[in-house]
Design a protein around this ligand. Structure first.
Ligand code: 6GU
Length: 224
């Protein structure tokens, strides 16, 4: 998979991609991440990427031309399966959406900033609009990093067997069961006996039961 991320502050996203799973996925050539600074696609001497909104009001709006130039340059080099715009009024990201997006080959992710992008960008270029939840961030960059993390970990080969995405919370519609590691007793607090019994079918049954219980308690909406 190749992901091209367009932003006015791409440096905001460097560190999330520079460690752990997202770094390893790139090193293993399972994903390629390319950052594009919108300022590199301006045609005026001031490298201006935003302007005042028509009709007045607070905040600045990212202009259509630099975004058109950037997206057009990318599309001239290869075909894209999706042009995703990160925006708080988009479809809220969930595991099902991440699963679907992880099957794509080439994806453009456009980060809004300030008051967002000129509506014509959305009308002309964007195929998916995604939010990461009902709260407002200063820009789409951190949301784009979250989106990419949720997708990249699902690409076959990115996670080892031990950390299979199949056992994640949400993957089967339930929250993950509790986990424990050594020591078996800590300051008098013991690990549930079943987990140290070596009886795999019983362990599996316990985990299922705990996942259901945890979901009932914390997120009953997931069971509806
Ligand atoms: Cl994608 N962008 C911004 N600016 N705020 C958000 C968001 C995105 N998702 C939730 N809040």
């Amino acid at each position: 998979m190749r992901i091209d991320i367009i932003s006015v502050v791409p440096e905001l996203m460097h560190s999330p991609f520079a460690g752990s799973i997202m770094k390893r996925a790139q090193q293993a050539a399972l994903v390629e991440i390319h950052f594009h600074n919108l300022r590199d696609y301006t045609s005026n001497a001031y490298k201006q990427v935003d302007d005042y909104p028509y009709g007045g009001g607070a905040g600045m709006v990212l202009m259509v031309e630099p975004i058109d130039k950037c997206i057009s340059a990318l599309k001239a080099a290869r075909d894209y399966d999706a042009v995703i715009y990160m925006t708080p009024d988009g479809d809220v990201l969930n595991q099902q959406a991440a699963n679907k997006l992880s099957l794509l080959n080439n994806v453009i992710v456009l980060c809004g900033h300030y008051k967002g992008v000129d509506q014509r960008v959305r009308d002309l270029f964007v195929t998916h609009e995604i939010s990461i939840g009902d709260y407002v961030l200063s820009g789409g960059e951190l949301a784009a990093a979250v989106l990419c993390d949720s997708i990249i970990r699902l690409i076959p080969g990115v996670l080892g067997n031990e950390t299979s995405a199949l056992t994640d919370s949400f993957q089967d519609g339930l929250l993950a069961p509790p986990v424990y590691t050594r020591p078996a007793a800590y300051k008098g607090h013991k690990v549930p006996e079943i987990l140290t019994s070596g009886n795999t079918p019983k362990v599996d049954a316990w985990r299922e039961e705990q996942a259901l219980k945890s979901t009932q308690e914390k997120r009953p909406d997931l069971l509806e």
